[in-house]
Design a protein around this ligand. Sequence first.
Ligand code: KG4
Ligand code: ZN
Length: 362
Amino acid sequence: MAKILAIETSCDETAAAVVENGRKVLSNIIYSQAELHAKFGGVVPEIASRKHIEAIDKVVDEALSQSGNTFSDLDAVAVTSCPGLVGALLTGVSYAKALSYASKLPLISVHHIKGHIAANYLEDITLQPPFLCLVVSGGHTQIVHVKDYLTFEILAKTRDDAIGEAYDKVARVLGLPYPGGVKVDKMGQQGNPDKITFTKPKLGDTDDFSFSGIKTAVNCYIKKIIEKPITEYQDNEFLTEEGFSGLGLKVQEGGITKNDVAASFSKTVTKMLLDPFFKLAKEKGIRQVCMAGGVSANSFLRKEFFDRGEKLGLKTVCPHISLCGDNAAMIGSLAYFKYEKELFRDTSLNAIPYLSIEEEYR
Ligand code: KG4
Ligand code: ZN
């Protein structure tokens, strides 16, 4: 039995959780700063760090009390130490180091993306590696072979933008506030996904992704057809009477609405993500598939992921929507597998802004 208090502050969520044996969430508190950053159109690192400092005490207290535990019931303190905004990470790292030192609990450092992957162990408590995981977040897009709880191989990755970045950019083009991915998803549910055919890039023989082209195609497309500021259009109002073809885009007859753009974009990127993913699962003979990261909450992607995985007879797992975005429960899960191996850190632990999951990291 091990109860771990986990802390996550890598971007704009201040989060703390208590997790038992890497599988059972006893509490999961998330304080999101998203609204605060919305007026700047994205996360402002300096503001994020300051807000983490203001919130962390309350968030940790709340996580402990909701779990029904005190410090004396805990077995370790875990914290996200990479990758992320360095000032934001440092808030959590410094706080966790102080807690560990004062309470004499072992300190465990967790890689944020490995944490996202571990959210699958909370969803399906029988899930064990090896499996193939599609990592789709604001900063990462990768197909990862999870060989063991702590061993990862990247089989494919984006050459440019992460899928979350592409969603947020398309949101901005559609006149939606930050963070726009979830709003594009909702809008798309009301639209026709077959209305516009966006070109998919070809990257030779590799399974790598590229999302900068389609992001730009949506931007150019919208700019060319609107006659007034995009924010003045209703979601289901026609953007043009005539439709538009150009930029390698095929447009069906009739008018296009913002909902149609969102739906067509979502359908196209879902295919771009899942075609190479399931191809690699087949090639490698992997029978279990998972998703991880904020964009795995996307309704188009989830539906297609389950449809295809189940049709192929694979064990198909995706974290509950509440555990797709940044949270500390996923950090507490991964930390357990380091706890089992006594992979502890001391007060020399530091924040690292960039680090691949393939790199050696205690
Ligand atoms: O994993 P995450 O919470 O943070 C990072 O580690 O980056 O991912 C955040 C990203 C943002 O780009 C956000 O717009 C996107 O996930 N996102 C979505 C949805 N929910 C969150 N994108 C598309 N559809 C959604 N439902
Ligand atoms: Zn994340």
